[in-house]
Design a protein around this ligand. Structure first.
Ligand code: FE
Ligand code: FE
Ligand code: ZN
Length: 288
């Protein structure tokens, strides 16, 4: 079955209930959320009453708890140790975030590996792995390393870097990968031949590590290292290739999450999900 949803909000008043309601409004059967704003680390306490209410709503509507994804905020950077205060803060915040995920009953937390900020990839990979080994000790939640576009000094811009991090992580059952189609394209992988990309991933890392896919078209050509998401069918990947990726048999049952841009002040997820389910491009989404 196609498991598809989008990034949704999570605010302190309605918490998971609000997230589920938003997802249902898009006719989604999963969703991804940040436990607060994506850009900052301000977080409030989890209300168990709201969580239980959300569970009931999910059950009634066929959303499985294990398909729901949490995303860590962007400013967590485990790659760079030159500012030791920032590195320590990132570790501490991530540990708290894993606790929040556990309180909410969430299985997966997506994490950007980080940026090395001039220290070099090798040092960065060791820093990331050291931090992960610390925070994953005793964790019930699985951290999914996201494949990155290679913007600036981002680590995780190819499968080899992801593999090097996983190799150094002690608890292999607590680590996985989130593929992002825009990032793969921008990193230089030809997602138009997606089976070849999966072959490559399987050879280097192992497909069993993939537990989430961010489905985004890209504003930029393959290998551009830009990371600017585009609505499905409106970018350089194109509708047909996106459909082939989304319906690829090897990724069946793996949650697919849209992180495509809003159109003005409107989140287009209901329309995009519908066009994906119908396999029919919606050319009315954007009037250019
Ligand atoms: Fe991400
Ligand atoms: Fe992503
Ligand atoms: Zn991105």
């Amino acid at each position: 079955m196609l498991v598809i949803g989008s990034h949704v909000g999570f605010n302190k008043d309605s918490q998971l209930v609000g997230s589920v309601k938003e997802a249902l409004g898009y006719n989604a059967n999963t969703f991804m959320f940040y436990t607060g704003a994506p850009q900052n680390t301000k977080r409030s306490g989890i209300d168990d009453g709201l969580t239980l209410e959300a569970y009931n709503l999910m059950k009634e509507n066929g959303i499985k708890l294990e398909d729901v994804i949490v995303h860590a905020p962007y400013i967590v950077n485990l790659a760079n140790k030159t500012d030791i205060d920032k590195y320590s803060f990132s570790k501490r915040f991530l540990k708290e975030e894993l606790n929040r995920c556990e309180l909410l009953g969430m299985k997966y937390l997506v994490l950007h590996p980080g940026s090395h900020v001039g220290q070099g990839v090798e040092v960065a990979i060791q820093n990331i792995a050291d931090a992960l080994n610390e925070v994953l000790e005793g964790s019930k939640v699985i951290v999914l390393l996201e494949t990155m576009a290679g913007k600036g000094t981002e680590v995780g811009r190819n499968f080899e870097e992801i593999k090097s991090i996983i190799d150094k992580v002690v608890h292999k059952d607590k680590i996985g990968v989130c593929l992002d189609t825009c990032h793969l394209n921008d990193a230089g992988y030809d997602v138009n031949s997606f089976d070849k990309v999966l072959d490559e991933f399987d050879k280097v890392v192992g497909l069993k590590y993939v537990h989430c896919i961010h489905i985004n078209d890209s504003k930029n050509p393959c290998g551009s290292h830009k990371d600017r998401h585009e609505n499905i069918g409106y970018g350089t990947i194109g509708f047909d290739s996106m459909i082939k990726i989304i319906y690829n048999d090897r990724l069946k049952n793996i949650p697919k999450i849209l992180e495509t841009p809003w159109i003005g002040d409107y989140p287009p997820y209901k329309e995009e999900i519908e066009s994906i389910r119908n396999k029919k491009f919606n050319d009315k989404l954007k009037e250019d």
